[in-house]
Design a protein around this ligand. Structure first.
Ligand code: C5P
Length: 230
């Protein structure tokens, strides 16, 4: 069990590539996130591989389906002994309740968090979805829905934490923030970005970083540097 606030996104296409990366960061002080790419390609043996390296796991499958299906999917996730799981808050109150019930009824109880609006959206691309509210109001609305269903926290941009905490007054409510870049001049699909130190200053409990670490020549050294900054 680490107290590092860093979660490294293990976004690789194959178990073999994930294992090569894990060999490079063996013993690092962080947690790991397994997402749709690697889990879809390789299945639960990814979880077994990571456990051999003693990292706690955030299983980031962002479920969004009818309540019964999400309930069963979360139960299956719990059986893997992971540290954190998630769903999309836009799945609605009944779906969030079903996810919560799955955890309440499982022997192993991971943290359950909800994705609000993906950090790859900016105001323009969000407007094109046709929601009634603007991006910022929608994020606050979805965060409140997650809170009402007793979830442990949300995934959001570190830029959104101040406005959400002004509505949700619970210091135990967790903010997990992707969209982290080491410099402000990144040019990929993430739009609402922060540096690690900015994200923590804004109130992030856990920062999620993928490509800046997985594509780095010396990821172990970079993980140490980021831990020192946060
Ligand atoms: O490479 P990068 O640092 O952009 O990776 C961010 C990770 O966090 C990816 O695995 C992505 O799927 C995930 N994520 C995100 N935005 C969210 C939720 C999860 O970028 N709102």
């Amino acid at each position: 069990m680490t107290d590092s606030k860093l979660i490294v996104a293990l976004d690789f296409p194959t178990l073999h590539q994930a294992d090569s990366f894990l060999k490079k960061i063996k013993g690092a002080d962080c947690r790991l996130k397994v997402g749709k790419e690697l889990f879809t390609a390789e299945g639960p043996r990814v979880i077994d591989l990571i456990k051999n390296y003693n990292f706690e796991i955030f299983l980031d499958l962002k479920f969004h389906d009818i309540p019964n299906t999400v309930n069963k999917a979360i139960k299956a996730s719990c059986s893997h002994g992971v540290w954190m799981v998630n769903v999309h808050a836009s799945g609605g109150k009944a779906m969030l309740d079903a996810a919560y019930d799955a955890i309440a009824g499982s022997n192993h109880k991971p943290l359950l968090i909800a994705v609000t609006i993906l950090t790859s959206f900016d105001e323009n691309s969000f407007d094109r979805l046709g929601f009634k509210m603007g991006l910022k109001d929608q994020i606050i609305h979805l965060s409140s829905l997650a809170k009402e269903s007793n979830l442990d926290g949300i995934v959001c941009s570190a830029n959104d934490i101040a406005s959400i905490s002004s509505i949700i007054k619970d210091e135990n409510f967790l903010f997990v923030t992707p969209g982290i870049r080491l410099k402000d001049n990144s040019n990929d699909d993430q739009k609402r970005i922060n540096t690690p130190a900015e994200a923590i200053k804004n109130g992030s409990d856990y920062i999620v970083i993928g490509r800046p670490i997985t594509e780095h020549d010396n990821p172990l050294d970079l993980i140490r540097k980021i831990n020192a900054q946060i």
